[in-house]
Design a protein around this ligand. Structure first.
Ligand code: GLC
Ligand code: CA
Length: 560
């Protein structure tokens, strides 16, 4: 019997503060902006907010480069503004999860400033410094944001490691003083009353012994640090997380989710083990890698529904009873799913949400996903803001890649697709700001916006509310959260259908994830007679002789 927990019964909503709501007209979303939308979030039905980083930061990577873990980014407001958001959430019975970015700091963090000052600095060993090797970099590792993962530092004549930008030096977790400082900081936030942590690239904190070269993918210029034997799931990562659990996490009642790049099911069973000695759950990335080409993120690939189903089902089966799943299609690093695997239509967005939300695990909604927000027609590279996209464009075109072709892949994959302002209404700048937004607003805001969707009973927003209510408030809630999972018809090219079998109730979820109508055959042992239709987009599909006629992008859910 699965052990009950509040975070297994929750729906999490991710806020990327820079793009959520701007209160003072400087074009940048902020904490007072978030405060003004708490009723909207409460009304949506989500009960946990995960805030992307709001700490002090020079914003080389929009806050994922932190220069003070115990202060608030000036553009987002003050600690008093943060406290007001925390209080406002708690007053509504909601919870707040912080983004914990501790694989690296900003190069402007006091720890790094001290570390870089001299080889004898007390904090020298808080980061990963190496002398030149044969007059060059210590190994072949590439940064996730292009270029080498090593930066030469003139002051002391050594290289430091940065798996992300050169302004994000990696902390040395093998040093107990680093771990102690991180745990103290976490404890400080817990005592302030936060309800959990989403842990940024936490699978990367333990670097492999001797920092060996890693294999290069076709067409790449550097070794892939995400490959097995690289920085993911390193030799001591589970020891460090157990230590974190003992010293901090186990002393509070928290939601914890690790962003675990490179995680396999076997590793996930350890990170999110049911005994609770490490984390509550992890984000895995296999399913969002399926439509990448052989050369990785910046090469075009093909989407295949059977491959997606097979992968998601594998995680459902392999974690059951051993670890808890997180369910997500979108976050601030992924393109918009409504465009990625849908056709940009509201019907597609609803259908994808249904397929995702009724699996076993804790669902995550990324801001704007509940509106069916789409990828943005950015056009030229000048309209992009993301360091990853901009660096990739510069590096790969520099190495001879055709700019037009690359731009078409960037248009599909860039993280900026997720970072355009939330579309609140059809007024100037979609109601996001009265000033000049820091990144372009998706021009479809005139028709696709929260205000219009509030009024429309058939909107994506109202569909999300119904899905969330089914999981959190309905008589079927236990079945949605705790029942088992069984994939139906794995090879079907259009339909994603599954059962959630339980002792008393079984749910049937059927989603036609395609723009063509289709006929889907019900499993023989599962006639719909006597089943109750819980949710259905479009007119109720009738079962005739064991076959269901489904409209394009139609989703339906039954219980019996
Ligand atoms: C994680 C974050 C991403 C960030 C990176 C470096 O993958 O989700 O936005 O750029 O880590 O912190
Ligand atoms: Ca602002």
């Amino acid at each position: 019997m699965e052990q009950r927990a509040w975070w297994k019964e929750s729906v999490v909503y991710q806020i990327y503060p820079r793009s959520f709501c701007d209160s003072n007209g400087d074009g940048i979303g902020d904490l007072p902006g978030i405060l003004s939308k708490l009723d909207y979030l409460h009304d949506l039905g989500v009960n946990v907010i995960w805030l992307s980083p709001v700490y002090r930061s020079p914003n080389d990577d929009n806050g994922y480069d932190i220069s003070d873990y115990q202060d608030i980014m000036a553009e987002f407001g003050t600690m008093a503004d943060f406290d007001a958001v925390l209080e406002g959430l708690h007053a509504r019975g909601m919870k707040l999860v912080m983004d914990l970015v501790v694989n690296h700091t900003s190069d402007e963090h006091a720890w790094f400033v001290e570390s870089r000052a001299s080889k004898d600095s007390a904090k020298r060993d808080w980061y990963i410094w190496r002398p030149a090797k044969d007059g060059g970099v210590p190994n072949n590792w590439g940064s996730s944001f292009s270029g080498s993962a090593w930066e030469w530092d003139e002051t002391t004549g050594e290289y430091y490691l940065h798996c992300f930008s050169r302004k994000q030096p990696d902390l040395n977790w093998d040093n107990p003083a680093v771990r102690g400082a991180v745990f103290d900081m976490m404890d400080w936030w817990c005592r302030k009353g936060v309800d959990g942590f989403r842990m940024d690239v936490i699978s990367m904190i333990s670097k492999p012994e001797g920092l060996p070269d890693t294999p290069m993918r076709p067409g790449q210029l550097y070794g892939d640090v995400m490959a097995p034997g690289g920085t993911c799931n390193g030799p001591h990562v589970h020891d460090y997380l157990k230590e974190m659990n003992r010293r901090v996490l186990s002393r509070y009642d928290l939601l914890t989710v690790g962003e675990t790049a490179g995680v396999t099911v076997e590793e996930a069973q350890r990170y999110a083990n049911a005994e609770g000695t490490e984390l509550g759950m992890v984000f895995q990335f296999e399913h969002v890698g399926l439509d990448c080409g052989p050369g990785g993120k910046w090469t075009a690939g093909q989407f295949s529904l059977p491959a997606l189903k097979e992968n998601l089902a594998k995680w459902q089966y392999e974690l059951e009873g051993k670890a808890w799943n997180s369910l997500f299609f979108c976050n601030h690093d992924q393109p918009r799913v409504a465009s990625r695997w849908g056709d940009g239509s509201p019907a597609g967005a609803k259908c994808l949400a249904t397929a995702l939300h009724l699996m076993r695990g804790t669902p995550y909604v990324y801001q704007g996903e509940e509106l069916g927000m789409t990828n943005c027609p950015f056009g030229p590279i000048e309209n992009y803001r993301d360091i990853e996209s901009l660096n990739a464009f510069r590096e790969l075109t520099g190495a001879g890649r055709d700019p037009e072709e690359l731009l078409s892949v960037i248009a599909q994959k860039s993280r900026d697709n997720a970072r355009t302002p939330v579309q609140w209404d059809d007024g100037p700048n979609a109601g996001f700001t009265t000033g000049e937004p820091w990144i372009m607003v998706n021009p479809n805001y005139k028709t696709l916006n929260a205000a219009a969707e509030e009024r429309d009973p058939d909107s994506v927003l109202n569909w999300f509310k119904a899905l969330i209510r089914l999981r959190r408030e309905s008589e079927w809630r236990d079945a949605v959260v705790y029942n088992s999972f069984r994939l139906l018809d794995p090879e079907h090219e259009q339909v994603f259908a599954y059962l959630r079998p339980g002792e008393e109730t079984t749910l049937l979820v059927v989603c036609n994830l395609s723009a063509e109508k289709c006929v889907w055959t019900l499993p023989e042992d599962l006639p719909l007679d006597g089943a109750k239709l819980l949710l259905c987009s479009g007119p109720e599909p009738k079962a005739e002789g064991g076959a269901l006629a489904l409209a394009p992008w139609q989703a339906a859910v039954w219980a019996r």
